[in-house]
Write a protein that binds this ligand. Structure first.
Ligand code: GCU
Length: 397
């Protein structure tokens, strides 16, 4: 049905955004598997590191390890959260020694009734922890956005996750780097450069935000009520890009869910449809390293594409979700990338999306790699969460 959309949006003389499937072009996808890769062991030993290196050197930059002097300070525990159904914990995670060190504030909700450690969905939030839930004891930071408590509650659905036996943990991505051109100057790329032995320009903002998810996972490994072997990274839009990159780098994550991540996330970059490499690099240059800019005008020279990022998740469960009206993210490009990661999952005897054509709206397809295109806009709705819960129940029993 996307081929019915035959609109090309002309925004300026230089910038033309294509929404016509007939004009997308037919660049061949770089091969995720080479003839030398005969089995899963070859993939893990040789091909996977090669691909990870490409994304590191050409696009997202490095993904540093755990800083040596992390420590936590519990700020508030409410054992009667969400009307008595949950325990909420607010914990400050300092990323270096001392109480003046850079930190990220973690908000964790745990189901109260569970007798054994629970699986947990985690994700960065856009506007501050106090927007994830309307509970009136969520700490609001001075620097936080002036938006109301619970402003984005419907995007998180904490109560329903808890009812389904899942915990939720989140941090505000701005804790680590403000989402602006100069953000790196006051963010951890600068303040932690010695601690991490990493120069600010060796990585970029998406890698920073994804790295925060790994630090959140470090914390969850110390949390007895959580099953740290079932931590599912999620993210919407730019934060979905960050989640994919985090899970590609950190094998401790059990699964990843990309919600409308689009260009630089789950969508193929070499398709000329919606957002392009040039556009994202121009509008958000600090999301990627300088090396990525070389492809602005020549996407055909890219030695990789985003299906290869998705393949780095294998054999772990991977969910890619699009939305019908979210053409900027190129839903079909997301489907095609998810489909093209399939051969790597097959090496591990796991089934991918299982179909060759894009499914109808609101009809999830696939198994270990799952895909749906929800009716509606760029957003994360209960429909999406319902599918993610079902997926996690099935693939991470
Ligand atoms: C912009 C950007 C996208 C991004 C989105 C978001 O639309 O072009 O790449 O995913 O913002 O994060 O909401």
């Amino acid at each position: 049905f996307f081929s019915l959309v035959t609109l090309s949006l002309r925004l300026s003389a230089q910038e033309v955004f294509n929404y016509d499937e007939l004009k997308v072009g037919n660049l061949p996808l770089p091969a995720v598997l080479t003839p030398a890769v005969k089995n899963a062991a070859d993939w893990q030993r040789n091909r996977r590191p090669e691909i990870l290196r490409l994304f590191t050197t050409q696009m997202y930059g490095v993904f540093p390890g755990k800083p040596p002097h992390m420590h936590t300070q519990v700020q508030l525990v409410d054992s009667n959260a969400l009307g008595g159904k949950a325990i909420s914990k607010q914990v400050r995670l300092f990323l270096a020694a001392g109480d003046q060190a850079p930190f990220m504030d973690i908000l964790l909700f745990l189901p109260k009734e569970s007798k054994k450690p629970v699986p947990v969905f985690i994700g960065c939030n856009f506007l501050g922890n106090h927007t994830v839930s309307g509970e009136n004891n969520i700490l609001v930071k001075k620097v936080a956005h002036p938006v109301a408590l619970g402003f984005q509650e419907r995007r998180w659905e904490v109560a329903r996750l808890i009812e389904n036996g899942y915990a939720l943990a989140t941090y505000h991505y701005g804790d680590l780097e403000a989402d602006s051109t100069d953000g790196w100057k006051t963010g951890i790329r600068t303040t932690l450069q010695q601690e991490l032995k990493t120069a600010p320009d060796a990585w970029a903002a998406l890698s920073v935000w994804g790295w925060g998810l790994s630090r959140l996972l470090d914390y969850l490994e110390t949390e007895k009520a959580v099953d740290a072997k079932r931590v599912i990274a999620t993210g919407h839009s730019r934060l979905g890009k960050a989640a994919l990159w985090a899970v590609a780098n950190d094998p401790r994550f059990a699964a990843v869910i990309s919600n409308n991540s689009g260009e630089g996330g789950a969508a193929l970059s070499t398709r000329w449809y919606g957002e392009t490499i040039e556009r994202i690099n121009t509008r958000f240059p600090y999301w990627f390293t300088d090396a990525y800019k070389q492809y602005n005008k020549k996407p055909e020279t890219l030695p990789f594409d985003q299906h290869m990022l998705l393949a780095l998740i294998a054999p772990r469960p991977l969910y890619v979700a699009s939305a019908t009206e979210d053409l900027w993210t190129d839903p079909k490009g997301e489907f095609l990338a998810a489909r093209a990661a399939g051969p790597v999952y097959a090496l591990f005897k796991y089934e991918g999306v299982g179909v060759s054509e894009m499914p109808a709206p609101d009809h999830p397809v696939g198994k270990r790699i799952r895909y749906h295109v929800r009716t509606g806009k760029h957003d994360i709705l209960w429909y999406d969460w319902e599918q993610y819960i079902k997926f996690a129940n099935e693939e991470l029993p």
